[in-house]
Design a protein around this ligand. Structure first.
Ligand SMILES: C[S@@+](CC[C@H](N)C(=O)[O-])C[C@H]1O[C@@H](n2cnc3c(N)ncnc32)[C@H](O)[C@@H]1O
Length: 369
């Protein structure tokens, strides 16, 4: 006789948590492999075999752009692939010195060694079509637009944040600002969603507040087209409109709430965008920015895997996206609180409040107009 033991709710929760973490760790690993491939293709590790480097020295040795050299080195240090030999002098990140440990030289640079694992990185990134373009922009200092990464990235981005918005935005996140919730419950309340992507945040806001209308703006035309379809399918199209527009030039106005979800660090001109968001807020309105929960400072061999994830995203995607327009601030994924605060001051805000909302990935900023 066989007996089937049903898992308890507690067992199931433990298993769900363990598996979700396992997949997240694998994702970070695959992103890190892509940064290894980038370093291999650009000869960055080979250049470091000649001795320790600062970011500008690595750029000179390999002929790549200095800002990208810095981001790659910082990410590699965050992941523990290179070491920090000497910290930045007087906070100047370009003076930090990095080196490649001897054991890592064997694994990455000795093609005859049984321990040579560099080809594994090539396998891992054989699919993504943008690697060759990344190699180019790392040399030229150019960028790749969000749309230039193709439909898969657009869909992955939308799918990753959709459950966050659907489950948390209109409830947990906004309840940290009770006055905003009260205002959104008033008839005729209006919301702007800047960098709305495929529109799931706008849709969640319309679903969460019965009489609210939402205007979503994004630079990427295919995202806006999908956002319109998503709003239609969700049955909120009459209260949610989308427009293709550069947020740095968005119209001044009348919005009770002006939001930007995980997009400011991707924007070439974050100060101009924040200034436009400020102008869009109605008297007494609120500006709400959600962006990555970046650590306050660079930590080599960071025990927090999320910081490694942020830097891999920055090296491979967000920094090039941010640099796809001229005169970019070149922020990257790792937009620290101090950076956001500086941008906000330059955009004319009087203060920035970090809201007490628990989240592994995001930090929540309320900007005083
Ligand atoms: C990481 S995605 C986030 C999208 C969406 N908010 C979400 O959470 O899924 C960043 C978005 O910012 C948009 N973006 C970048 N620069 C922009 C700009 N200057 N004006 C408007 N949108 C911009 C991109 O097209 C992209 O859809």
């Amino acid at each position: 006789m066989t007996t089937t033991v049903e898992p308890t709710t507690e067992d199931l929760e433990t298993q769900v948590g363990a598996f979700a973490e396992r997949v997240m760790m694998a994702t970070i690993g695959s992103f890190e492999l892509a940064t290894v491939e980038l370093g291999m293709r650009l000869g960055l590790y080979a250049a470091m075999a000649d001795g320790p480097v600062t970011p500008p020295e690595l750029a000179t040795r390999t002929g790549i752009d200095a800002r990208y050299a810095r981001e790659w080195l910082e990410q590699q240090a965050t992941s523990g692939f290179v070491k920090v030999d000497a910290e930045a002098v007087r906070g100047d990140a370009d003076t930090r010195i990095f080196s490649l440990p001897d054991a890592h030289k064997v694994c990455l640079l000795d093609p005859d060694s049984l321990a040579c694992v560099a080809p594994l990185a090539t396998f891992a990134v054989a699919g993504p079509p943008v690697v060759s373009e990344l190699v180019d922009v790392y040399r030229t200092g150019g960028g790749i637009s969000f749309g230039g990464y193709g439909a898969d990235i657009r869909h992955a981005q939308a799918a990753a944040n959709r459950p966050q918005f659907a489950n948390l935005l209109a409830t947990e996140w906004l309840s940290a600002m009770p006055d905003v919730v009260a205002r959104l419950r008033e008839p005729g309340a209006q919301v702007a969603d800047v960098g709305c992507g495929c529109g799931w945040s706008s849709i969640a806001l319309a679903r969460g507040f019965d009489s609210v209308t939402v205007d979503g703006f994004d630079l990427d035309e295919p995202s806006i087209a999908e956002a319109r379809t998503n709003a239609q399918d969700a049955g909120v199209a009459e209260r949610v409109r989308f427009e293709t527009r550069d947020a740095a030039g968005a119209a001044p106005g009348r919005y009770d709430l002006v939001c930007c979800f995980e997009a400011l660090h991707d924007m070439a001109h974050p100060v101009e965008v924040l200034a436009a968001m400020r102008a869009m807020a109605a008297p007494g309105g609120t500006v709400f920015v959600v962006d990555e929960r970046a650590a306050d400072a660079l930590t080599a061999n960071d025990p927090d895997p999320i910081q490694r994830l942020f830097y891999t995203c920055s090296v491979l995607h967000c920094l090039p996206v941010g640099r796809s327009q001229e005169h970019s601030a070149a922020t990257g994924t790792v937009m620290r609180t101090a950076t956001l605060e500086r941008y906000a001051v330059e955009a004319g805000y009087t203060s920035v409040e970090v809201l007490p909302i628990e989240h592994d990935m995001f930090r929540f900023y309320r900007l005083r107009v």
